[in-house]
Write a protein that binds this ligand. Structure first.
Ligand SMILES: CN1c2c(nc(N)[nH]c2=O)NC[C@@H]1CNc1ccc(C(=O)N[C@@H](CCC(=O)N[C@@H](CCC(=O)N[C@@H](CCC(=O)O)C(=O)O)C(=O)O)C(=O)O)cc1
Ligand SMILES: N[C@@H](CCS)C(=O)O
Ligand SMILES: [Zn+2]
Length: 784
């Protein structure tokens, strides 16, 4: 393969992106998919909506000036799940699915894997690198065979070509696919990477099929290269791509990495026998990182004839790009490679769709921001500036520079009172008065809870009535008093249900919260929230990540009124207060690029500390501070983890350590793979932690026991991410696994994996009933 330009005449710099949000304006995709699940939208109609959305997004890119477009990044649920179907790797434990022949069957198979069936739990779901997107984990074993099923991808190539665009299929690369997979049976000692050779043969078939469909370039995404990889994995990478490069009649190959620095992978990547590379040169990857990668790549032999997609427009930041800096990077790289193109650093999937949809953002603040649609323009501006000279984009450069200057000078950004309070924090503020065993005794005396106490994680179903009431409040059709009354009625209902079910520690159900992060962001100074800034979190579920614009402070109590109401209505049973922790508030927001994450987290922690104190004074004896994102935000490189964990744990401690011994602090995390942060979890020193465990079949229990985790634990016994109702026997089995695995009965709690906001009462009532029955059964066995 050769590049189609002469070496002396620099070809034009072209703009592209790695992917674009899927949902469409007004989250049309979500509505169609959920309608299909309810039986209201048939398969043809759903596929029709999907095709329209794909066409619209390609047209949007084309209108912005992008002609080489990604295809295959669109998905009805998740692109890793799509890759599993592309490769024909449906796990053997789903023997009765209808297959992928007819489109309706394919949909049924896809959604069965994603959501489970009556007979089988779904594929495990976990976070996509350090983002708030979640993918379905491929499940492989020694008997897995791969069979290419490229029909839908080939159709998408044809769709783009029919619009006169140049499609660049984007597919999860073979190494990343296997490293993201898990063994179907964790005890079997099977390593998914052992399937690399047969997998690569199927990728070779795919390349040939894509060439036949007219694709000139294919992008294989290998983001695992920004994580620490042993030398043998990098060797396997070279072997795999050498095999792919040897495919007859294939498109040109572009290997993409994103989400961080390449480190030791840079020279290996540079010498792969492929025609193109895409690298993350954004500030999210870190200024130091981009510099180091640039140096490693430009030093490496073999780059001169290649195409490089320079990811200079940050695909994970809502801040407007420093166009001058991006242009300078592009100009520096251009003479060193065969063809230099400008790209987003990663898919724009992780950004809200369009700033233009926002009606309430102050115009000055809006001028500082760029969502996915605006990032397309930025990519085009940088490419045009590089190709035609700065004068061709002088107006755009001036506007971007003016916005940066306005932001730097704005009084919204910096508050001296907040800075002073952060500076005054000392070690004492981060320590509880007594060690955990003394606290536990004080709490037990005060609360008098039974063995294996039952509780939930906080939210109860967010019903249509609740969402409609909130929408009516927003539109002015319901006044604040009417809304508050509706929420109090819901709290009464949820408390009555929990009492009827026999739960020991009650919650108010969080009906007043649109989202566990956005709700607090709306009440704190320093955060900006959006009306339409939806970002896919998993499947059909979306969030509107707030934006940290300036220093954070709490103007007034946020939850105390609701918790006090619930406590008074609960008839003497304890009610947990419920807060979102500082690390999660920050991780699930778009952070600042003008202040360190550690300092922002400390600001949020101080605001939340005041809320904790106010809850305690209002008579709330149990306060839960959720930190599900603490694990998620763990840096991808091991070398960066200790510093992160230090400030993250400190922020949690600062939030919670101000209470008396007898006040019980809970925390909650809902992502598997806690093993490597057990030290940090211990240092957080929460009296009780609830953890996701059901989907990974209580794997965490062994780790906790081995680490002699000293405080109380509630490993989730009901996988709430699936509509399945667990049986009493299943819950008993999970509790038995926990006890046998080494969690002492005196420190074992019984709870679901996570909050119930996404579930329906038809699932919640029987599931909780089974959970309580199981707890009673095991309790009886223990005390017999
Ligand atoms: C625990 N998780 C969370 C993450 N990140 C967060 N920021 N929050 C989280 O809870 N990351 C990891 C996991 C991911 N899990 C989930 C679980 C559930 C959702 C979810 O349910 N999202 C909802 C949107 C929630 C919301 O903002 N609701 C608002 C607006 C509701 C709405 O759409 N209103 C309509 C009008 C009313 C109607 O017709 O129903 C409208 O505005 O058009 C609210 O309740 O007010 C979702 O719909 O996807 C996300 C992540
Ligand atoms: N308290 C929250 C935690 C979700 S991670 C809930 O129950 O929804
Ligand atoms: Zn959770």
């Amino acid at each position: 393969m050769t590049n189609d330009h002469t070496p002396h005449e620099a070809p034009a710099v072209r703009p592209t992106v790695h992917g674009y949000p899927r949902q469409g304006p007004g989250r049309r995709l979500k509505k169609a998919v959920e309608g299909h699940w309810r039986g209201e939208v048939d398969a043809d109609a759903l596929l029709g909506v999907a095709a329209e959305l794909r066409r619209e997004r390609l047209q949007t890119m084309a209108e912005a000036g992008i002609t080489e477009v990604p295809v295959g990044d669109f998905s009805l649920y998740d692109h890793v799940l799509d890759t599993t179907l592309l490769l024909g790797a449906v796990p053997a434990r789903f023997p009765d699915l209808p297959g992928t022949g007819a489109p309706a069957d394919r949909l049924a198979t896809l959604f069965a894997l994603a959501r489970g069936t009556d007979l089988q739990p779904p594929l495990e779901m976990t976070k996509w690198f350090d983002t708030n997107y979640h993918y379905l984990v491929p499940e492989l074993d020694a008997a897995t065979t791969f069979t290419l099923d490229a029909g839908p991808l080939l159709e998408q190539v044809a769709e783009a070509r029919a619009l006169g665009l140049v499609p660049r299929p984007v597919v999860v690369g073979p190494l990343t696919y296997l490293l993201l997979a898990k063994p179907a049976d964790p005890s079997a000692g099977f390593d998914p990477l052992s399937l690399l050779d047969p997998l690569v043969e199927v990728y070779a078939e795919l390349l040939a099929a894509l060439a036949g469909a007219g694709a000139g370039w294919v992008q294989l995404d290998e983001p695992v290269l920004v994580q620490d990889q042993p030398a043998e994995v990098l060797e396997r990478l070279e072997t795999a791509y050498s095999r792919l490069a040897a495919t007859a009649d294939r498109p040109r190959l572009l290997v993409a990495t994103y989400f961080g620095e390449l480190g030791a992978a840079a020279p290996v990547l540079a010498r792969l026998p492929v025609e193109g590379l895409a690298v993350d040169l954004s500030s999210t990857a870190g200024a130091r990182t981009a510099e180091a990668d640039l140096a490693a790549l430009t030093d490496a032999a073999g780059l001169a004839g290649k195409r490089l997609l320079a990811g200079v427009v940050d695909g994970r930041s809502v801040w407007r790009t420093d166009l001058e800096a991006a242009l300078a990077t592009v100009e520096r790289l251009r003479p060193l490679v065969g063809q230099l193109d400008v790209s987003s650093s990663c898919s724009l999937l992780h950004l809200p769709l369009d700033l233009a949809a926002e009606t309430a953002i102050d115009p000055e603040v809006a001028s500082w921001l760029a969502f996915a649609r605006q990032k397309l323009d930025e990519v085009v501006t940088v490419a045009t500036g590089a190709s035609q000279g700065r004068q061709a984009v002088a107006a755009e450069l001036a506007a971007a520079a003016a916005a940066r200057a306005s932001r730097q000078a704005s009084p919204l950004v910096r508050r001296p009172d907040v800075r002073d309070r952060v500076a005054a924090v000392t070690e004492v503020d981060t320590r509880r008065d007594s060690p955990s065993d003394l606290r536990l005794a004080a709490q037990q005396e005060h609360l008098g809870l039974p063995l294996l106490p039952t509780t939930t994680i906080g939210s109860f179903p967010q019903t249509t009535e609740l969402r409609t009431a909130r929408a009516a409040l927003r539109r002015g059709e319901l006044d604040q008093a009417g809304y508050d009354a509706a929420m109090r009625t819901e709290i009464d209902r949820v408390l009555a249900l929990q009492t009827d079910l026999g739960l020991d520690v009650l919650v108010h159900g969080e009906p007043e919260r649109n989202d566990m992060v956005q709700y607090f962001a709306e009440l704190l100074d320093g955060f900006l929230t959006t009306e339409q800034g939806w970002v896919q979190s998993y499947g059909s579920r979306y969030v509107r990540p707030p934006i940290v614009v300036g220093d954070v402070a709490r103007p007034a109590p946020m939850t105390v009124g609701w918790s006090r109401y619930a406590r008074e209505a609960a008839g003497g049973r304890p009610v947990k207060g419920m807060l979102t922790g500082p690390v999660t508030m920050l991780a699930w927001s778009f952070g600042r690029d003008d202040l360190g994450a550690d300092e922002t987290a400390t600001q949020i922690a101080l605001a939340l500390r005041d809320e904790v104190t106010d809850l305690e004074q209002a008579g709330i004896d149990i306060i839960q501070v959720d930190e599900p994102a603490l694990r998620e935000t763990l840096p991808l490189r091991a070398a960066d983890r200790p510093a992160y964990l230090e400030w993250a744990v400190r922020a949690f401690q600062l939030t919670t350590a101000g209470v008396a011994d007898r006040t019980q602090v809970h925390t909650h995390m809902c992502y598997a793979e806690f093993g490597e942060i057990l030290g940090a979890i211990t240092a957080m020193d929460a009296d009780v932690i609830s953890l996701e465990a059901a989907r990974s079949r209580m794997e965490i229990v062994g780790d906790l026991a081995a680490a002699h985790y000293p405080n109380a634990v509630g490993p989730g016994v009901w996988d709430i991410h699936s509509p399945r109702v667990p049986s009493v026997e299943e819950v008993v089995e999970s509790l038995t696994l926990a006890l046998d695995g080494g969690i002492p009965a005196a420190r074992l709690w019984v709870n679901p994996d996570c909050g119930l906001k996404t579930r329906r009462y038809a699932e919640v009532e029987p599931s909780l009933r089974h959970l309580v029955q199981a707890a009673h059964a095991v309790r009886a066995r223990l005390t017999a």
